[in-house]
Design a protein around this ligand. Structure first.
Ligand code: NAD
Length: 523
């Protein structure tokens, strides 16, 4: 039985020599035009290899993530490997259906006998640039989707989690065909060099500043992009919320990976009426989750990725006008920074300037729900995630209708992005494009219409050929005139007529019951 277990990744260079990049990219471009990825059996085998390569090297990835981020295996399993394995298996199982042409219904008369199909065709060679915070899932999910859709891939992992990136490069290179997959390691020089080359699609996951650099470089070659960015994801806690559950779920969402999560709760908007009780609930949950957690002993808690990010987060805390109610006992030497709750922050606070992307959580209070909504839409519009803690459907809908964002969890944090078939992606400042499940396959393939017209309709089509004449015009209008318009110029636009309205509103049940009662008179 083939094992993909690797003994070392020391042979993977920290930085790919910049001058080698064009020839590496050319290799997988040639791989695409060799049409090797056309057979679904080939793609399935690649996905199968990808699965086993990751499976066989889980222990190594635990080690490297411990080195890079002090991330614990339980969190890696919950937040990275579980989803990664599930997604690869789902793609293998559903590839036939995903790749199968889909008939397009509703043809006009001239196309009645034609076959019209939607086919999904690989873009070609795609570039995938990944970040450091969840390096396995944020690399492998895009790679698996791109492979399933039949693309060849250039993969650029993050230089910030050097050990995991090099290990991943080695593991993936062992598993995947070298003519369809190539990796480029390193930082800005390598990214800059690779972005100069033309690709057929680029997926970038990371911060918005670099997102803009990527989008500009892509525009040079008219390359479409998927930008998975971040933002300040708000949490609204209304007076109807179950405060104990809210406190636990918010803290868990913030504590994961020491807050270095793109969808981590970034700030809290809490109804004044429950502010005191909510703080009390936060304190209980905080002490339960963090009992005995210190700089010297924090086995299940990630470190901050590096000194630069530590200094950035520390500066937010040093400059806050709010008061620290929980945490704050960081240790610069070990990069340990516990979840820290800061109460009484306002719009101008240091905690409300940029995405925190760390363990700080500021609390703002509001009196009316509309105040909370206005705050989000005017200060930090289009965040990647929105969290609503409320048991009132009216309140939930009030917020949902007014806040634009990538995705939402209600009475929960983070979990919406683990729903395997749900699109995951941002909007506006948090990016564009989505993946996961069928959405990933779609993201990496062009939806192409394929029409095939049979010869038998030729005489019917004669009407379209020149020379044009009045009789051809009349014939054409008879065959394909515009459809009758059922909508009057004024008044409400009612679709489908009275009967359809009744049906859609379930009124038919009432009509049926009334009919039955009435008909009893005649029994
Ligand atoms: P990072 O520093 O690892 O950068 C991401 C990638 O961009 C790396 O591969 C890096 O080499 C490359 N890069 C850096 N500078 C570049 C440049 N000048 N030109 C081209 N490429 C360059 O990661 P990061 O940006 O610190 O990640 C954190 C951010 O990413 C946060 O804003 C977070 O919210 C966001 N994020 C979003 C998602 C998502 O799925 N939407 C997931 C994770 C992180």
């Amino acid at each position: 039985m083939t094992s993909f277990k690797i003994s070392t990744y020391e042979d993977i260079p920290v930085e790919t020599p910049v001058e080698e990049i064009p020839s590496l990219v050319a290799r997988v471009k040639a791989g695409y035009t060799s049409y090797k990825t056309l057979p679904l059996s080939f793609r399935r085998e690649q996905l199968r290899n990808l699965y086993y390569a990751l499976y066989d090297n889980q222990d190594l990835l635990y080690q490297t993530l411990m080195q890079d981020l002090h991330k614990c295996p339980h969190e890696i399993n919950m937040m990275e490997t579980f989803q990664t394995f599930t997604e690869i298996l789902w793609l293998i199982e559903n590839l036939d259906d995903l790749a199968a042409p889909k008939p397009i219904p509703g043809s006009p008369l001239a196309l009645k006998l034609a076959s019209i199909r939607l086919t999904r065709q690989a873009f070609g060679t795609v570039l995938i640039i990944s970040p450091w915070n969840y390096p396995i899932v944020l690399s492998v999910l895009p790679i698996a989707s791109a492979l399933a859709a039949g693309n060849t891939i250039v993969y650029k992992p993050s230089e910030m989690c050097e050990h995991t990136s090099r290990a991943l490069v080695k593991i993936l290179s062992e598993a995947l065909d070298p003519s369809v997959f190539v990796s480029i390691t390193g930082g800005v020089p390598q990214s800059t060099a690779v972005l100069k080359l033309p690709f057929d699609k680029i997926m970038y996951t990371g911060n918005g500043v670099v997102g803009r650099i990527v989008a500009r470089a892509a525009a040079e070659h008219l390359t479409p992009t998927i930008l998975e960015l971040g933002g300040k994801s708000p949490v609204v806690v209304t007076a109807t919320a179950n405060l104990k559950i809210a406190a636990r779920r918010i803290l868990w969402g913030k504590r994961a990976n020491a807050g270095q999560t793109c969808v981590a709760p970034d700030y809290l908007l809490v109804d004044k009426k429950v502010h005191k009780d909510f703080l009390a609930a936060l304190k209980v949950a905080y002490h339960e989750f963090n009992a005995g957690l210190t700089a010297e002993s924090h086995d299940d808690y990630s470190d901050i990725i590096n000194g630069r990010h530590f200094a950035r987060i520390k500066a937010y805390l040093d400059n806050t006008k709010g008061s620290v109610v929980l945490g704050g006992n960081y240790d610069e030497k070990t990069l340990f920074f516990p979840t820290t709750i800061v109460d009484g922050v306002t719009a101008s606070d240091s905690l409300l300037k940029e995405e925190i992307f760390g363990p700080l959580l500021g609390i703002i209070t509001y009196t009316e729900l509309s105040e909370a909504v206005n705050f989000i839409t005017s200060e930090h519009d289009t965040p990647l995630a929105l969290y609503i803690f409320s048991t009132s459907k009216r309140e939930q809908n009030f917020i949902l209708d007014r806040v634009r964002c990538g995705g939402v969890s209600i009475n929960e944090t983070l979990m919406h992005l683990t729903a395997p078939q749900a699109p995951f992606g941002g909007v506006g400042e948090s990016g564009h494009g989505a993946y996961h499940g069928i959405n990933g396959f779609r993201a990496f393939s062009h939806e192409r219409t394929v029409l095939s017209q049979p010869a038998i309709v030729e005489s019917a089509l004669n009407v379209r050929y020149p020379p044009y004449s009045l009789s051809k015009s009349k014939q054409y209008n008879l065959m394909s005139g515009p459809p009758a318009n059922p909508y009057p110029r004024e008044g409400p636009v009612v679709v489908g007529g009275v009967f359809k309205q009744l049906l859609s509103k379930g009124l038919w049940v009432v009509v049926l019951l009334v009919g039955l009662v009435y008909s009893r008179k005649f029994w």
